[in-house]
Design a protein around this ligand. Structure first.
Ligand code: SF4
Ligand code: MG
Length: 280
């Protein structure tokens, strides 16, 4: 592990719990490189995780971190951002955590356009809890709860976040580690809800049941199927089949909820001091 990355780990937190070949560590390294490149001090940053293999990352890294309850990372992050608006607040979740139990929080955090930086590491299953089907499991895939193949349609989480009001929406893969870091930096520059889906490999919970289970082959799949958004948009329908776009997928401008909230808070404070006369 490069020294620059090592210095962000809590002393004594390693070895980690991830299986050999898991993509989560690659994504975490992209995240740490981006933080390093942005030049933030540890105290400038808060990282919030829910429950799952991806969210577990917050236990290992040495920032202001909170390992919260399943699906509720965004609710905790919202509270942190409103109480400490100067902090750069990141949220790391898995696909089950973000899209199922935390789906409602995701929709409404995007709708508010609150200034959070969200990374969803999408490995197509609930990894930590035993490889169950998640809303992002591709239709037909075998999981612990869909032994004959998932019958459900797969949720397009980037479209959901864009439709709900997120102002920076992007996608990468574990293979595209450099791109992931660049997108994190662009997301930080967006003052509003920034969302990045990173497609990753879970050889244990997904690969073994669906193949390939070899992590290198799973990374190769990501490389082969991902196409930069500009190029993807120009592909003939036949060629686009089975592929997916990566890069920045959607941008918008909207007021950041943190600013709106702080404005209201200061008006309410002035109102109290003037016995309500200044409370316009
Ligand atoms: Fe990674 Fe899957 Fe193992 Fe979890 S179960 S650590 S996601 S490979
Ligand atoms: Mg998952």
């Amino acid at each position: 592990m490069p020294d620059v990355i090592k210095e962000y780990f809590r002393p004594g937190s390693l070895p980690h719990m991830w299986c050999p070949g898991c993509g989560t560590g690659i994504v975490l390294q992209s995240f740490l490189r981006a933080i390093h490149h942005l030049g933030y001090r540890r105290d400038d940053v808060a990282v919030v995780g829910g429950i799952g293999c991806s969210a577990r990352a917050v236990s290992y890294i040495d920032f202001n971190t909170v390992h919260t309850t399943h699906g509720r990372a965004l609710a905790f992050a919202t509270g942190i951002k409103l109480a400490k608006p100067d902090l750069q607040v990141f949220v790391i979740m898995g696909d089950g955590d973000a899209a199922a139990i935390g789906g409602n929080h995701l929709i409404h955090s995007a709708r508010r356009n609150i200034d959070l930086n969200v990374l969803v590491i999408n490995n197509s299953v609930y990894g930590m809890t035993g490889g169950q089907c998640s809303p992002l499991t591709p239709t037909g895939s075998r999981t612990a709860t869909s032994p004959y193949g998932s019958l459900e349609r797969q949720l397009n989480i980037v479209n959901l976040v864009a439709a709900a009001g997120g102002t920076f929406v992007a996608r990468s893969t574990a293979y595209h580690a450099k791109l992931t870091g660049e997108l994190i930096e662009q997301g930080v520059a967006n003052k509003g809800f920034s969302f990045i889906e990173v497609i990753s490999q879970c050889p244990t919970g997904f690969g073994r049941k669906n193949g390939p289970s070899d992590p290198a082959a799973m990374l190769q799949w990501q490389k082969d199927k991902a196409v930069m958004a500009e190029k993807y948009g120009k592909l003939p329908e036949e060629e686009a089949k089975g592929k997916f776009p990566i890069g920045v997928l959607f941008r918008d401008e909207a007021p950041d909820y943190t600013d709106i909230y702080l404005g209201m808070s200061s008006r309410a404070g002035r109102g109290k001091e003037s016995g309500g006369k200044d409370n316009d």
